[in-house]
Write a protein that binds this ligand. Sequence first.
Ligand code: PHE
Length: 450
Amino acid sequence: MAQNREKFSSFGALMAMAGSAVGLGNMWRFPYLVGERGGAAFILLYLVCMLLLALPIFLSESLLGRRAGSNCFGVFKNLPGGGKRWKWFGLLAVVTSMVIFSYYCVIGGWSVQYLLKALGFGFSKAASQAEIGEMFSSMAGGVWAPLIGFALFFISTAAIVQSGVKKGIERFGKVVMPALFFIVIGIAVYVCTLPGSLDGLRYLFIPDFSKITAATFADAMGQSFFSLSLGCGCIMPYSSYMNRDDNILSHSVGTAGIDLLFALVAGCAIMPAVFAFGVNPGSGPSLVYETLPFIFSRMPGGGFIAILFFVALLVAALTSSVSMMEVVVAFFIEEARLSRGKAVAVILVICCVIGTLCTLSFGPLSDVKIFSYTIFEACDKLTSNILMTAGALATVIFAGWILPKADFMDELTSSGKYSSTATLCSIARFLIRYVAPVVILAIFVMGLIG
Ligand code: PHE
């Protein structure tokens, strides 16, 4: 096990992990899913999925990463029980992260463009809702604007990762995560003072159980996975940079708690505004890029709120993309013995190709189809419905059934330092061994069919 790697401080580890978890999933995907899938009923299901499924998987990734003290390929190759066959799952996680990173940078690039728009002339009061919506499709469907956004986002991520584990990733997380929290809380408080906003809060917090269906359940599970960055090895390198004295259980619960809090606060920043301006809450993925700019254009002080919102969206996306890139960088550094700089350069080349194709699949390449999906959609479906689920399944089976129980408990209790948590660790092990694999397999099959 590698001894001389850079290590996070305890707070730095928590902020880095929370940074990976909090991202577009919280500020873009969660609010529109809540809008589409029935408000509070969806939130309730999401809570159950977080607790019984996502948190145990997160714990598995974290304990495996720190036990092995290496990137995700090293986890499956070097830990007791791993080796020849298992290491391919590690490689799968690296590939998954690389693909997600490539298309995540496309959406991150849109946030760059929208921040520039908000900083420039804001969103014109004269424009109708349809015209503001049109602004999005012509931006995303163009060539240069989305490519420039993509490149700026991509290069910013690379610059942080290139600066190293402590000076880059930890420092960035420690500064921006608390700032992000205050920005999003500030927007939520302001929006809740607008007349008519109470209906939005009601929609968020009073459940209507008739809205709960199998599809809602699958969406809630998928969202809990995506939001905690599971199934693509992101948590493993970060945990390998944790000190042995840090408590994995409390860091995992802390990360999941922060992630949930952010999703709820983002919901409170968006839904009340949607209701206050009488627009449709169920507008789907276009909620943040089409509906919100329209609302900002009408809201008192909306120009300033728009800037704050898109800064928050961008920063949240950056801390997540950093964690995806680090999966691949750690792999190249540890397995191919490249320097950090060279590893970053290799990824820049590979992801530039995939990302450019994804960007252009909204415009000039929109007719190129893979099994009836555009290139962007194909990358999204391939990763979220197949690769991430397969990665999560491999992780829980490895942590629950292959890694010896003694190693599992020793790592989770930091060699007995936190022996008072032994009962909780045993409950977690039960969920990891019996509940998680069955539920993940069910999502996997649903994903393949659907
Ligand atoms: N958790 C991130 C978000 O909520 C997305 C992500 C997925 C990050 C997979 C890393 C890996 O936006």
